[in-house]
Design a protein around this ligand. Sequence first.
Ligand SMILES: [Ca+2]
Ligand SMILES: [Ca+2]
Ligand SMILES: [Ca+2]
Length: 536
Amino acid sequence: MKVKLIILISIAAVIMIRDNGHISAYQPLADAVAIKSEGTVSATPGPMLDDFNSGSSVNLWGNISGTLAKSDTTASIVGSYVGDTAAYGNAGHSLQLTYDVNYTDSWATYYTSLGGDSISDYNYLSFWVKGLNGGEYFKIELHHTNFDPTQSVGHNNDYNASVYVTDYLDGGVATAWRKVVIPLDAFANITDRSRIKEIAITFENTQAALNGSPKNSTVYIDNICFGKQFLGFVRIDHFGDKVSKNALGGNCGGASETSPVHGSFSYTNSQYVDYANGLDFHFQDCWDTDTPADHRYYAYASVVGGGDSGSTPQPRNFSAYSNITFSCKSSSANVRCLKMELHCPTYLNNYFHFFKYTFTNTSWTKVTVPLSEFTTKGWAGQGTSITAVNKTNSIGEIVFTRDGWMSRWPGDWDYGVFAGDFYIDEVQFEADGYAPDTTAPAKPGNLAVSGSGNQLTVACTASSRISDATMENVGFEYEDGAIWRAIGCDYNTAGNSYSTTWDVSGLSAGSYKVRAAAMDAAGNVTYSNNVVYKKS
Ligand SMILES: [Ca+2]
Ligand SMILES: [Ca+2]
Ligand SMILES: [Ca+2]
C-alpha cells in the first residue's frame, strides 16, 4: 500500500508576492525598494537568513517574506513580529504565525524568499521554534527556482522538497524554545542547491487530521540560518509524526504478495527508542513453497524524495554516509530474521541490493549496516556489493522485507515461524564515527565591553569552526533584572574573534552583567564569565 498524501502548497508561489500584506505588525521597509529580484543576492550570503529583529517583512538577504492560505476556504494565517519576553532571547523580535486550517484539505503557509541564490556552501538549515500550546505541527519546504506550481495545480512538483518538523525535533514543538537542525540532504527532491527560490513553513489540515496536531494555534520562529558543518547523519525515519511520509520527503508504506495480505504496519506509541513513535512491522501467513509456486513476503518501503507524487524514487547520492543504522526488536525469541534492501532505480529489476541479519533477543538493539555490505544477493559476502558498482550515489528506496523462505526449511533462521512483529525505530544514514554532538563548545574568554557613549562593542574570543567544526555562533547577553536579554549574535565562525554592537541608549543608569554564549549546531552552549558594564 502506498499512502497517497495530498500536497497542498503548490499554488502558493503564484500569489505569494501579492499576499504579503499580513506581515505588517511592525513598520516594514519599503518593499518595492528592498526586494531583490532572483539572482541579485550577493554571491555568498551570510548564514543568517532572518532573525526578525528589524520587524520587517524583508529578510536579511534582502528578500520578501509573506503568508498565504488556500483560497476558497476559511484557512488563515497571520504573521507578525513580537518582542520583549515573547521573542527568542528576550530581545529584538521573533516571527509569530497564527494559523487556522480547520477547513477540510486546507493549508496555510509562510514563506521567505532566498532570491534564487545558492546555499551550496551550507550543509544544514536551523531555526528556533516554540508553540502557544505545544504539539503544533508543520512542514518545512525548500523550493528550487524551477518550482513551477502552474504546471500541476493542486499537486507538488519535483522542485519542492519538504520535511516535517518532528522529523528533526524529537518530541515535537513545545511551549519553550527548541532548536531544529536539518541536514540539507534531507530535502531529497532538490539536488541543485545553487538556485533556491524560498523556504516555506506550511500547516496542513490533512496531516493535522491524521496525527491529531492542532488545526489552529500560534507558533513562534526565530533565527532561520544555514550552517556549514557536515552533521554526519540524515534521517530516513524516526516515525515521530504518525504520518506516512518519511524524513526524506517521500511516501512510505507496506507492500505484499497478492491476497491474502501477508502483513501490515502501524506507528506505535508503545514500542520505540527514545521518542514516540516506532514502526510496528507485522508479518503473517508469510511462507514459501515451490509446488505450487507461492513466494510470500511483506515489505515496508521508504521512498527517497518521491518527486511530484511522493512515490517516485529520486535516486540520491548517500556516499557521504557509510552506514545505515536502525534500532530493532522482535515480538518473540524465534522471530529473528529481517531483510533490508536498498533499491537503486536505474538498476531496478536487475539488482536488489540487500543484506540479511538475525536478531538474537527481544530487547532493543542498534544495528549498524555498512553500505558496503549490501550485495546483489541476500547473503553477506556474496554477490556484488553496492559500493563495488558505485550505486551509493543512486539510492531510491530503503526497504525492510520479511520473506517466506526465511522460515521454510529446517535449519533456516526462523523455521516454521510464519507470523510475528519487528519493531523498528531511528532509521538513518550515518557517516563512520557519527555520534550525536553532546560536547559543548570551549568557554569563551576575553569578554570586554568597549567604546564610549551609547554605541558600544562587546567582544570575546571563542573557538572558530577550524578548531571546533561544530561551532555555529557566539551570542552576547546582558542581565536586565532577572532576565537575560540578547544583545547580538556573531555567526562568523571563521576566526576566534567574535563581537557585536550594543546600543545602550535605552538602558537606565546602573550596573549590568554581560556574558557571551558559544553555541554549536546541536544547540550545546557554554557561557563565558560575566563582566559588568556600568552605565552612568
Ligand atoms: Ca530575533
Ligand atoms: Ca521514534
Ligand atoms: Ca559540539
